[in-house]
Design a protein around this ligand. Structure first.
Ligand SMILES: Nc1ncnc2c1ncn2[C@@H]1O[C@H](COP(=O)(O)OP(=O)(O)OP(=O)(O)O)[C@@H](O)[C@H]1O
Length: 457
């Protein structure tokens, strides 16, 4: 958690004559602006034989946020939504595809020479897996000392003293310097990883799932250690986690990520008590409940899988799983019925409906009716109300002649949602959310329709 006093020891003078306190108010330590990281994949033999264009995996697709001095910003979301790639790209461990990252006001991607070295000292990372991130052939002393050697910091004797101090500070004994990683438990190894990250006295740490490989009993100890170190060394954290209880324990603010984008950001208590985005609500709903009374309530999970970042849905990326997708203005329909028709539409658009056993082509009118009734029974769990049943019947009748496009168009013409046409913007302020449920009708009425955005090349 941030401390009230986020100032550093150097006092006044730097940065245009502002004191560090003034800087802490108006200038974030890290500023991420429209960051993109695409991985280009064209690796399968098939792809090469067909000579197809490489397909971008849009791991991070236009992410913007600030990290203020002394705070812990959490980055949360399901596996594969781009959290680690965001952390690694902003540290310049991966090359960005597009966008800008500033650290203390300087563009990280423009740094070279001494300035880059300094950034490498100031911004460090602690990885998830303390078993694979420590070199098994090095002693613990060598591991913690390595960054000091690489950056040629201090004299030999000072380095040795610093390593001993660091080990003690993270709760290990300086007598354990000559031992190897395999001689330590998971929690102790993570403490070694933290000591190594602190060796160069950084200002900023990316903590990438720092406790998720640890036993639950050890997790809280490591989180408490991270909190203590933050206060003692004026550290700023970006904490990446899929675990909401970890986020709640340690973060000041939370950014919620879905499929390469940030969908909501705000103070931790606000996000937990008054979530706005249906994805945030669904994430919170899917957390196991602490009390028996809470456990008795139905626990909802988020339906379906995260779509592929190679081909994300148009418009709002969560719309394919969203329990609150917005029907057209002129359509009176309840959400369950709308969701059933939206799902049916998607299957038809993907041609993911088996028609084989129903026969194909050359139906007469009576047979077409029977075809539609049979197909509807297979595809929909419950009956639709009058008007909607008629539209769905018309659409399914096109499938009797395997006219997939006509079926999809019939449904699109009645049921197309704003959620698929436009990608909602996150906006600014204390608690912004990227969801059309929160659109201001005045300001969005003239907005460009942006479906599947082209993104950077
Ligand atoms: N080197 C790579 N090449 C191709 N695709 C990649 C690469 N690294 C990550 N990805 C893809 O980018 C997307 C985002 O991955 P990332 O690891 O950043 O997600 P995450 O939210 O951190 O998930 P997790 O918690 O599982 O690590 C995933 O679809 C992943 O498969």
């Amino acid at each position: 958690m941030s401390t009230d006093d986020a100032s550093t020891a150097d006092g006044t003078g730097a940065n245009g004559g502002k004191t560090t306190d003034e800087r802490s108010v108006d200038e974030p330590l890290v500023r991420v602006d429209d960051l993109h990281k695409y991985f280009w994949e064209n690796d399968s033999v098939f792809d090469r034989l067909l000579g197809g264009e490489p397909v971008a995996v849009r791991a991070v697709d236009g992410v913007s946020f600030d990290v203020h001095r002394g705070e812990t910003l959490g980055l949360v979301g399901e596996s594969g939504c781009g959290k680690s790639t965001t952390g690694e790209t902003l540290l310049r461990l991966q090359e960005a595809t597009d966008g800008r990252v500033e650290f203390e006001g300087r563009d990280v991607y423009d740094l070279g020479g001494d300035e880059l070295n300094e950034f490498r000292r100031e911004a460090q990372v602690v990885f998830q897996d303390p078993f694979s991130s420590l070199d098994p052939r090095m002693t613990v002393g060598e591991i913690v000392r390595q960054p000091l050697d690489v950056h040629d910091v201090d004299t030999d004797a000072e380095r040795r003293k610093r390593v001993r101090d660091l080990l003690e500070r993270v709760g290990l004994s300086a007598d354990q310097l000559d031992r190897y990683p395999h001689e330590f438990s998971g929690g102790q190894r993570q403490r070694i990883g933290i000591a190594r990250a602190l060796a160069l006295e950084p200002e900023f740490l990316v903590l990438d799932e720092p406790t998720s490989a640890l036993d639950v009993s050890v997790q809280a100890q490591v989180l408490n250690l991270l909190e203590d170190l933050q206060t003692e060394f004026d550290l700023t954290y970006l904490l990446i986690s899929h675990d909401l209880s970890v986020i709640r324990h340690i973060c000041d603010r939370v950014a919620v990520m879905y499929l390469g984008e940030i969908v909501e950001i705000g103070p931790v208590e606000t996000i937990f008590e008054e979530p706005k985005h249906p994805y945030t609500e669904a994430l919170l709903e899917s957390v196991p409940r602490a009390t028996t009374a809470e456990r008795d309530r139905d626990r909802e999970t988020i339906s379906g899988d995260v779509p592929s970042p190679r081909d994300p849905p148009s418009g709002c990326r969560f719309r394919t799983r969203c329990p609150m997708v917005i029907p057209p203005d002129d359509l009176a329909i309840d959400q369950d019925e709308y969701r059933a028709i939206v799902n049916l539409r998607e299957r038809i658009e993907r041609r993911d409906v088996s028609l084989e056993s129903l026969g194909e082509d050359d139906f007469d009118a009576g047979e077409t009716r029977a075809f539609v009734t049979e197909l509807k029974g297979r595809l929909l769990e419950s009956d639709l109300s009058g008007r909607h049943e008629a539209v769905v019947d018309e659409a399914l009748a096109h499938l009797a002649s395997a006219d997939w496009d006509a079926a999809a168009e019939r449904l699109a013409s009645t049921y197309e949602s704003v959620c698929e046409r436009r990608n909602p913007e996150l906006g600014d302020g204390h608690h912004p959310v990227a969801c059309h449920l929160y659109d201001d009708p005045e300001s969005t009425s003239g907005t460009d329709e942006r479906g599947d955005q082209a993104g950077p090349n």
